[in-house]
Write a protein that binds this ligand. Structure first.
Ligand SMILES: Cc1cc2nc3c(=O)[nH]c(=O)nc-3n(C[C@H](O)[C@H](O)[C@H](O)COP(=O)(O)OP(=O)(O)OC[C@H]3O[C@@H](n4cnc5c(N)ncnc54)[C@H](O)[C@@H]3O)c2cc1C
Length: 474
């Protein structure tokens, strides 16, 4: 019998456990234990219900383009629960000098592909619009070294594009700065497009033309679950071996011993043949300190950012007077604590009754430590003040007390793939291979989104099975 420990019961660890459970049910001689330090499983996937509204404390959906999360949902019986975002109302605003400006039609991520909406958009200055026209003639360029997203975008479109689009879009995903994030790790597609086409605009149009010939029906940009993201966690837990689930088990160390591994949590130590660490890399670094100092050091070099999400509930009057669309993003240059806000009742309409509005706010960036240390009342006050300043006093009822407010703190939860991240991953892989039976999963490596984490968990499980001589398809 091969014994496997999984450390971390977020979506990465749950996905690893589910892969092992499938193999176990198929007759593979394995036994696994899922060790989670918190009193509940799911990590940052937490769904609350307040006043008839469905509130997502962490992720609210995942990008449809990456199939692994939706595929897993179908496997665990949630196929009929998958829902798409309400893209008919998709509209996003950017705060520019205290005013909300609509993102022009035809932007693919930050690359303009339609001339007229871009030319008439007040989002960009004339200088940036001229840069966009010149970008069309960029010759192919294969970078010899990794660089920051900001450096690449600036080379193509100038600094205003970094400030008004690249940075806010990326801080909405990573909570990080375009000047720190690696273009190869975060926007590999852009690096490839630049090498092949030169102009990102021309490359995007070529990709769109190719997609049009495949005749796939348009799909919603985001996918979620009818009863919230936690539905995925609950369905996974229901399918795992209940004897394998250990919550409130903080793992302190993972040490190779006698051809296997000793995993210590609290006063208990247990022996395993293989270990999957599916926790943030700073945790992996700490538990592996005695196993391999070099690996531990490389893992600790992957930075994480913190964030706070605040859900505010309002009445029908606010709902009617809020702008249409999914919400807004706030560039760093606006010097606010709010990074973004989502109008949940527009993005996923069934999540709020018709007489309710839900505004979900993200606080992060430079001042996040201060926000993390504030009381819930202080955080709500801060967010309400900024919302009123941004949306204007004319939003009926926004100055009144919200019907409800919920604050969620996420410390060191979002990995930041810095310049050189891929090279670091190569070094980590070399060191990992020297420790037989060890696999790593989670958002610190090859993708931060829920689908990437699902894939990383199942890949890690297949790796330890293969190392134990058990066919991945057993
Ligand atoms: C606020 C927020 C919004 C997001 N929005 C989206 C979104 O809309 N779409 C999207 O695709 N992605 C989104 N993400 C990213 C995505 O949700 C995460 O990257 C992903 O869920 C991480 O899953 P994980 O299992 O790797 O890590 P986690 O969810 O962090 O789970 C790791 C688990 O390990 C446990 N653990 C830690 N230390 C130990 C230890 N020593 N012993 C045992 N257990 C330990 C933790 O308690 C935790 O449960 C968002 C993330 C955040 C924080």
């Amino acid at each position: 019998m091969t014994r496997i420990a999984i450390i971390g019961g977020g979506i990465s660890g749950l996905s690893a456990a589910f892969t092992l459970e499938e193999k176990r049910l198929a007759g593979a001689p394995i036994e696994y234990v899922l060790l989670e330090s918190a009193p509940h499983f799911g990590g940052v996937l937490v769904t609350d219900r307040v006043d008839g509204c469905l509130i997502e404390a962490g992720p609210d959906s995942f990008v449809t383009e990456k199939p692994w999360a939706a595929d897993l949902c179908r496997k665990i019986g949630l196929g009929d629960q998958l829902i798409g975002s309400n893209d008919a109302d998709r509209k996003t605003y950017i705060l520019v000098r205290d005013k909300l400006v609509e993102m022009p039609d035809g932007l693919m991520f930050m690359v303009p592909t339609k001339i007229l909406p871009t030319v008439f958009s007040p989002l960009f200055s004339l200088r940036t619009k001229i840069r966009m026209a010149q970008e069309w003639f960029h010759p192919p360029h294969k970078a010899t070294a990794d660089e920051s997203v900001a450096a690449m975008v600036e080379r193509h479109y100038g600094p205003e594009m970094v400030d008004r689009l690249a940075d806010p879009l990326l801080s909405g995903i990573y909570g990080g700065e375009a000047s720190q994030l690696s273009v190869r790790a975060v926007l590999a597609r852009f690096a490839d497009m630049e090498a092949k086409h030169g102009s990102l605009g021309r490359a995007m149009l070529a990709a769109r033309a190719k997609m049009a010939t495949t005749k796939t029906p348009p799909r919603p940009l985001f996918t979620s679950l009818r009863e919230g993201m936690q539905q995925m966690v609950d369905a996974l837990l229901a399918r795992l071996d209940p004897r394998a689930l250990r919550h409130s088990a903080l793992v302190q160390s993972v040490i190779p011993q006698e051809g296997g591994w000793t995993v210590s949590a609290g006063y208990q130590s247990d022996q395993f043949d293989a270990v999957i660490i599916a926790a943030p890399t700073h945790v992996a670094s700490s538990v592996l300190q005695m196993a391999d100092q070099d690996l531990s050091r490389e893992l600790s070099g992957i930075r994480y950012s913190s964030s706070v999400t605040v859900a505010l509930g309002y009445d029908e009057a606010v709902r009617r007077s809020l702008p249409p669309g999914f919400g807004f993003l706030v560039p760093r240059s606006e010097k606010r604590r709010l990074l973004a806000a989502t109008f949940v009742h527009n993005k996923f309409p069934h999540r709020a009754p018709e007489d309710r509005a839900i505004v979900r706010c993200f606080v992060g960036g430079d001042h996040v430590e201060q926000t993390l240390a504030s009381t819930d009342e202080q955080v709500v006050q801060l967010v309400r003040e900024e919302l009123q300043q941004i949306l204007g006093q004319q939003i009926l009822g926004l100055t009144a007390e919200p019907l409800f407010a919920r604050v969620y703190r996420w410390r060191s939860s979002m990995a930041q793939y810095g310049v050189g991240h891929l090279e670091r991953l190569e070094r980590i892989e070399v060191l990992r291979q020297k420790l037989p039976g060890l696999a790593l999963a989670g958002n610190g490596y090859s993708g931060i989104g829920v689908p990437d984490c699902v894939r990383s968990g199942s890949d890690a499980a297949n790796k330890v099975l293969a190392a134990a001589g058990i066919a991945a398809s057993a």
